[in-house]
Ligand binder design. Structure first.
Ligand code: F0G
Length: 344
């Protein structure tokens, strides 16, 4: 049976000896070869498909550690701000731990799959008339005032859990990849990967990608009203800004922007050509490689292997998928009509 990541890596995580293990057997996600992408970028490409975590995103890696620590400290409730995935993960792990969960999401901006999960897991779901950055500011204040544990990636235990994805990449490849491509929102995940790689003496080039309308790290200043179809990374003022920029610099990598059109094209192309259905924000990692190639700093070698982190599952947001996919073919209840519909 696949163990959860605390059972696999506890000695390298931040838990206290007496902490309970709140787990849904997260982690151990597949590293999938990407033959078509490899052809296009002229390097050996792999997907780290984080959409196959228990609630459908990489957030579960951080949540198992953050919630286990919170439970160990005697917390009875957890809270987060979220564009969707953190909400679903927080709600599921709260249910698992027997704790109360509350999630604050931007009103009207949360994908239907994530809303269904958060509500089914019994979290209190609050739709804020504001964006993610507003929601994060408010939950930070609330967690100072009330005995409720904040489980956004400003919580150090989230980063600890998420760094295990880097361990797995190196274990599965048997070596460090030459580069890692990753979407960047609040910048917790890229921070976590870099920490994980460093802990196993690996230093792949990090390529971070933001959406053009929500690219504060690329512009070098916060974006007041971030806008992009990739709702997960619709963030204007990343909490882990400095750490992420330090990681790009130390890895000799960089952060760049991709347009919504490039994101949506990569999103469909991946589903259609590689058989992997991720959410639009996740496809930003692939869109970025297709748009920008594999830039290398002077004196460094061009990477031979590239891992693209596909951070979340496409079923999060069936509305976006259906608006981009071909139409369903309606058909009479009749053999020849079905023949025409299938073969014409
Ligand atoms: N990809 C997906 C699918 C995400 O859900 C997120 C963040 C990111 C990438 C960016 O990761 O913030 O660590 O740089 N989602 C958060 C949420 C904001 O609320 O679920 P990051």
């Amino acid at each position: 049976m696949a163990l959860g990541l605390i059972d696999r890596y506890r000695d390298r995580l931040s838990l206290e000896p007496g902490d309970p293990v709140v787990t849904l057997n997260e982690g151990s996600t597949p590293l999938i070869e990407a033959p078509r992408l490899s052809e296009r970028i002229e390097a050996r490409a792999y997907f780290k498909f984080e959409g196959l975590n228990p609630t459908g995103s990489f957030k579960d890696r951080g949540m198992t550690v953050a919630v286990s620590r919170a439970k160990g400290r005697g917390a009875e409730a957890i809270i987060c701000a979220s564009t969707g995935n953190t909400a679903a993960s927080c709600a599921a792990y709260a249910a698992r731990a027997g704790m109360r969960g509350a999630v604050i999401v931007p009103e009207g901006k949360i994908a239907i799959g994530k809303l269904a999960q958060a509500l089914m897991h019994g979290a209190r779901v609050v739709a804020l008339q504001g964006n993610f950055d507003d929601a994060l500011r408010i939950v930070r204040e609330l967690s100072q005032k009330h005995p409720i544990e904040l489980v956004n990636s400003v919580n150090p235990h989230r980063i600890e859990g998420q760094k295990t994805a880097a361990f797995e990449v190196v274990e599965d490849l048997g070596a460090a990849p030459g580069a890692l491509a990753i979407p960047v929102g609040n910048a917790g995940n890229v921070t976590a990967y870099w920490r994980g790689f460093q802990e196993v003496d690996a230093a792949p080039i990090l390529y971070g990608f933001q959406a053009e309308g929500a690219a504060p790290l690329v512009r070098g200043e916060p974006v007041a009203n971030p806008e992009t179809v990739a709702s997960a990374i619709r963030i204007g003022n990343p909490a882990r800004w400095e750490e992420a920029m330090a990681a790009f610099t130390a890895s000799r990598g960089r952060v760049a922007a991709v347009s919504d059109e490039q994101i949506l094209n990569a999103y469909r192309w991946l589903a259609d050509n590689e058989g992997v259905f991720c959410e639009p924000a996740s496809a930003a990692s692939v869109a970025g490689l297709l748009a920008h190639g594999l830039p290398v700093v002077e004196g460094a070698a061009r990477p031979e292997t590239v891992v693209c982190v596909l951070t979340g599952h496409g079923l999060k947001d069936p509305d976006t998928a259906l608006s981009k996919a071909p139409a369903v073919i309606n058909c009479d209840n009749d053999l020849s009509a079905v023949e025409r519909a299938v073969f014409d």
